[in-house]
Design a protein around this ligand. Structure first.
Ligand code: 13P
Ligand code: SF4
Length: 357
């Protein structure tokens, strides 16, 4: 595990920013820096591309020139970039120590997925079921989906991917986010009684309504988005009579239903950007993105529905980014993200299915 040297821990903000600018300049086109919207401003200012998880996957696949792709996001996003980029390119996650781990991704392991698959295919047959995984998952789960005819999705295309599976007349199991799974299925008109829950911690005691289900959602969640409650929505409405509440579909069903609008990171961005001046929004997603939205759109009135921070995203710090860039200048790649070749081969099958939709 790479540890950040002491020297980098004690740099002032001004030193950090100026050394980052110098290192970035020197590395030139050898490096491309991708930044997710949930990153802090001091990282985003060095990003060549700012995007949501789907846009950054596309950007990683499109980068042909840079030898190094520095991914300022979380582990599963960097893994996806490593699988989509050219073999001659290297993806680095400037978290050091492999710490930018999304806790939700770890809520579905390959062993648990296989156990659920055995039970559900015993009910419906191998041909009756398709696995779909949210991009926010382990590479081994993406590979499982690729091997079994399924696909990856992000919050921006979850409904389209789910529709693709349902239109094949199949039932589907959705890993690992219960709420994105439920919200997407409900939006597609799947009745609530045809959505069952799979609890990987209690596979022997699973939902008795399984046999009737068209969609089985995995009992995983993002703590950043399940932090938002119906009370937060009510409080925003009480405080601002003209407010539009917009939330990410990783929020619980009752929060999505209490909100005016829900959609992916890019949907939220477009909604605020395209609204008439003076529109007031309470936004239920990661706090860095909400703060940036408020700052970038001073003619609108944007407030957070509540303050909720993604600790995994926050592990990408200016000292870590600086160390990563300066080591590259010294000829050493730190924080390299790789996926074992056989796993990558199958995960890529699932990713390619998504990219084509
Ligand atoms: P997006 O797919 O909207 O970029 O979401 C990423 C994420 O981590 C949401 O919690
Ligand atoms: Fe994971 Fe939630 Fe953070 Fe997204 S916001 S990376 S799902 S913990």
């Amino acid at each position: 595990m790479v540890r950040l040297p002491e020297e980098y821990r004690t740099l002032s903000e001004a030193e950090l920013m100026s050394r980052l600018a110098v290192a970035r300049e020197k590395l030139g086109e050898d490096v491309v820096i991708l930044g997710h919207h949930y990153q802090r401003d001091s990282i985003i200012r060095f990003a060549d591309f700012l995007g949501d998880s789907l846009e950054l996957s596309r950007a990683a696949a499109a980068q042909k020139r840079a030898r190094y792709i520095i991914f300022c996001g979380v582990d599963f996003m960097a893994e996806t970039a490593a699988m989509l980029c050219a073999p001659s390119q290297t993806v680095l996650l400037p978290a050091l120590g492999g710490k930018a781990q999304c806790p939700m991704a770890a809520m579905a392991t390959i062993g648990q997925a296989q156990e659920a698959w055995r039970t559900l295919t015993a009910l419906w047959g191998q041909d009756g079921l398709l696995p779909i995984t949210y991009q926010n998952s382990l590479a081994e789960v993406k590979a499982f989906c690729g091997q079994h005819g399924g696909a990856v999705c992000t919050s921006a295309n979850a409904r389209a991917v789910m529709r693709w599976a349902l239109e094949q007349g199949k039932r589907l199991i959705f890993f690992p986010d219960e709420w994105l799974g439920r919200n997407s299925a409900l939006a597609l008109g799947v009745p609530p009684e045809h959505i069952a829950l799979w609890d990987p911690e209690r596979p022997e005691a699973n939902d008795p309504t399984l046999a009737e289900a068209r969609v089985v959602v995995w009992k995983g969640y993002c703590h950043v988005h399940t932090h938002f409650t119906v009370e937060h929505v009510q409080a925003a409405r009480q405080k601002y009579s003209d407010v539009t509440v917009v939330v990410h579909p990783e929020c619980r069903v009752e929060v999505v239903q209490a909100a005016d609008l829900n959609g992916s990171t890019s949907f939220i961005l477009r909604t605020v950007r395209d609204a008439p001046s003076g529109t007031r929004f309470a936004v239920g997603t990661e706090i860095h993105m909400v703060s940036r939205l408020a700052r970038d759109h001073p003619d609108k009135r944007v407030v957070p529905l509540a303050r909720s921070l993604c600790g995994a995203m926050y592990r990408i710090t200016p000292p870590n980014l600086l160390y990563t860039l300066e080591r590259l200048l010294a000829g050493e790649a730190v924080g390299v993200v790789t996926v074992p070749p056989e796993m990558a081969r199958w995960a890529n099958v699932a990713l390619e299915r998504m990219m084509k939709l």
